[in-house]
Design a protein around this ligand. Structure first.
Ligand SMILES: Nc1ncnc2c1ncn2[C@@H]1O[C@H](COP(=O)(O)OP(=O)(O)OP(=O)(O)O)[C@@H](O)[C@H]1O
Length: 339
């Protein structure tokens, strides 16, 4: 549906977008994932029409989108801050965009009622934003974005203002909604767990570039760059002569002592000292300091850990647990500057 091809954009010497290409299919739930400042918001702004890129093309169903003014694009951007009108009731907030389009009153009424029902806010239609919880305000913002029936809904860090529990609820809600309304969603987040739980496909961005676009499981199991391996989920990155070997914490077996005779060894083996153990309910996380490695090795085990801090342990993993990625040269988003 949407094709982004070779889009680049600079702010002064900052390369906010550097030759970005991405296809988004109809009805897909995609995510742009990357650290702060990597260009995610700039790409959304390009799609919404608030920024004109220096180079590249964007098409919607094969037609140029960049020459279409923002208010004529079938694209809606939902902001981080929700930007609700404080003096208007929930239903007026939701109706506002349709009133501006001068739609017949009856149609506005019907569409607003239907969308409030979809987001579960019918009982709150007369309230003002300050009389709502954070999660409810989030739903109003969503209702307002969906009621206009855009082809593409862009969501910039949609859940960042919510506390952890409401966030988890709203993640489920967002997925259900997307399914129900059949609108194509593109969400921006710097939270990899959120991207993994929401999206069918994730584009991982780093310094203005997309490093890999894949389904969450593929990104996790087959990262193609060291950045993706380190950013998507916890990982151990071991430098080697011809690249980096990435081994997930849950793939590492831990044995007390030097581990002689461990039948699983074959991928790799290291010995070290446990420096931290933390219990997370279903799993425990251990940090093991290994001579010659800058960072402790992370190990995840099921349930409580039998091993305690200060103990000598051996770590091993089977050959198929190791993913080899090229040692990427770090890139700087600032033109001409050393990273
Ligand atoms: N209007 C602007 N003028 C100058 N530089 C800008 C402007 N907007 C963004 N930038 C720079 O462009 C780069 C990309 O910014 P962008 O807002 O797209 O990042 P982001 O990935 O959305 O970050 P965050 O997660 O922190 O919102 C950053 O280095 C930022 O400082």
């Amino acid at each position: 549906m949407i094709e982004i091809k070779g889009v680049s954009h600079r702010f002064g010497r900052t390369r906010a977008l550097d030759d970005v290409s991405l296809d988004i299919g109809e009805g897909e739930f995609s995510a742009l994932l990357g650290p702060s400042g990597c260009g995610k918001t700039t790409l959304l702004r390009v799609l919404a029409g608030f920024e004109t890129p220096d180079a590249g093309k964007v098409t919607l169903d094969g037609e140029d989108l960049l020459s279409v003014p923002p208010h004529r694009r079938p694209v809606n951007l939902m902001f981080q801050s929700f930007a609700l009108f404080p003096h208007m009731s929930v239903e007026r907030n939701v109706a506002y965009g349709l009133e501006r389009e001068r739609l017949p009153r009856r149609e506005i009424r019907e569409r607003v009622d239907a969308v409030l029902d979809t987001v579960g806010l019918t009982a709150y239609a007369r309230r003002r934003p300050h009389e709502l919880s954070g999660g409810q305000r989030q739903r109003v913002a969503l209702a307002r974005a969906i009621v206009k029936r855009p082809r593409l809904l862009l969501l910039d860090e949609p859940l960042s203002a919510l506390d952890k529990q409401v966030r988890a609820e709203m993640q489920l809600e967002l997925k259900r909604l997307q399914h129900e309304v059949g609108i194509t969603f593109l969400v921006v987040t710097h939270d990899q767990e959120e991207a993994m739980s929401l999206a069918d496909r994730i584009a991982v961005m780093n310094a203005g570039r997309i490093e890999q676009t894949d389904a969450p499981v593929t990104l996790y199991e087959r990262p193609r760059t060291a950045f993706v391996a380190g950013f998507v989920g916890a990982n151990n990155l071991f430098p080697g002569p011809d690249g980096i070997t990435a081994v997930r914490p849950e793939s590492i077996r831990i044995c007390e002592g030097d581990g002689d005779g461990d039948p699983d060894a074959g991928g790799g083996r290291l010995t070290g000292t446990v420096v931290d153990v933390s219990f997370h309910g279903g799993t425990s996380h251990l940090a093991v300091r290994v001579p010659d490695l800058d960072r402790p090795v992370l190990v995840a085990v099921q349930g409580p850990s039998r091993v305690i801090s200060g103990q000598q342990v051996s770590l091993s993993w089977p050959p198929d647990a190791a993913v080899h990625v090229p040692a990427s040269t770090p890139v700087s988003p600032i033109e001409g500057e050393e990273p």
